[in-house]
Each structure stands twice: as structure tokens, then as C-alpha cells.
Design a protein around this ligand. Sequence first.
Ligand SMILES: [Zn+2]
Ligand SMILES: [Zn+2]
Length: 242
Amino acid sequence: MKTNILVEYVGGGYSGCIWEYNYFYIDENSKFHDIMSSGHGGITTQAEANNLLTNGHNDWTDADQVSIYHLDNKDELTVFAKETACPNIQHIILWFNEYNSPIAEPFAICSKCDNELTNADEIQLTDFRGCGGIMTTADTLLCYECYSSGMCGCCNEYVSSDDLVYLDNEGKWNKGSDRFEEEYKNKAAISMLEDGLDDVCTECIKSRAGEIERDEHEDMLFQSLATGKPDMFSDEMRWFWT
Ligand SMILES: [Zn+2]
Ligand SMILES: [Zn+2]
């Protein structure tokens, strides 16, 4: 029988979600280890595992739904890292970290820099989305460095590079983009720079711009009512009437 292998199979159940895939490990002494057996076809015993490996399929899993990864074969582990759903990769790497065998070290691959990650602590999942029912999955797996470099300094959420704005300390916050053409976004960028922020997401810029606009309008309205300047019917106060 094959040994030192990670086996992926469909464990059934759980409505079309990633969690249908289940995993076990056969160590170098042919001993079975259950890593994930969430579905109703989940394999929890050595006998069931032997049955699947001998026949190549079982009642729940067709032959083409079983993948075997030899842990001494880097090419196979690369395929595993590239084709497995991100949360499953994280779960499996964590399992092997705890199992702690020098001959069984699968790795994940950072979606951005392609670094190999053998430690589950280094793995950050992002781009969460629903995948049916109450389940969610993540589409992107990043190393810690790539994750931090895409993080908004204001709300601390990870955002894709398209949504991240670099406020650089020269005050040239419109670098390479026309995002700040609007007056209040410009003011927001200045005020966020003054707060010591470098990278912020477009949502945070928008919300800061909204705050500044509201504050300015409140002041202006107060001034107008108190002093008659600006005149309530002037162009400057048009925002109040529209
Ligand atoms: Zn990376
Ligand atoms: Zn933000």
C-alpha cells in the first residue's frame, strides 16, 4: 500500500460547498490519520481508508473525486497548493504542523508573491464570499507580508491593491490616479496624512471626505444663520437647498 500520502476525497453532504472535500493521511507505517471528515461519507477508520485506496472509490466518492498527494513529491504538493480551496489548505497545514513529522510537510503558496508557506501561522485568508447556505470560503491565500502590505491603515481591513490608496508623505496623494479629483476627497487625503496614515482604502477616504463635508457645511450654515454671511441664497449655500 502507498504510504506517506495525503488523500483528498468527497465526503458527501454539506450542499455543494468546499467542505465536501475531506482528507486523511497515511503515514510511513501505513497508519491512517483522519484530518477532516465532515461529510456523511467522511472516512474515520483505517478499514474505510483501506477500502477507498484499494478500490479507488467508495459509495460516496467516484474515482475521479479522489486525489492522492505523495508528501515526498514536490510537484504533487504544488498541485495540492494550487488546486485546493484556501480554507482547506490552511486546515491541512495546521494539522501537519501539529503532527510534526519531518517527512510530511505540505505547503501553501502565497497568491501574490508565490512564496511557499509551511507554517499555518503565516497564512492569511482573504476575499471571503458566501458559497451556499451559511458557509463561506476565501478565494485568496496570502503570506503575512503580502497581507500586511495590502491592509488599510485606517480600518485595518485587507483590500485588493485596486482599492488601496497610497497617501505619500510628500503630499502628492494624487500619484498615478485621479481618485482625488473631488474637493472633499483631497481634503480627506490631507487630513489622513496628518493623522500619520500611509495606505488607506477607498471606503475610508470616502467616509472621511463625507465627515469633512458635513462639518464644513454645519459651520457654514451656522455662520450664515448667525451673521448672514454667506447669504443663505448664495451659490455657496446651494448645497443646503438641493
Ligand atoms: Zn506573499
Ligand atoms: Zn479602510
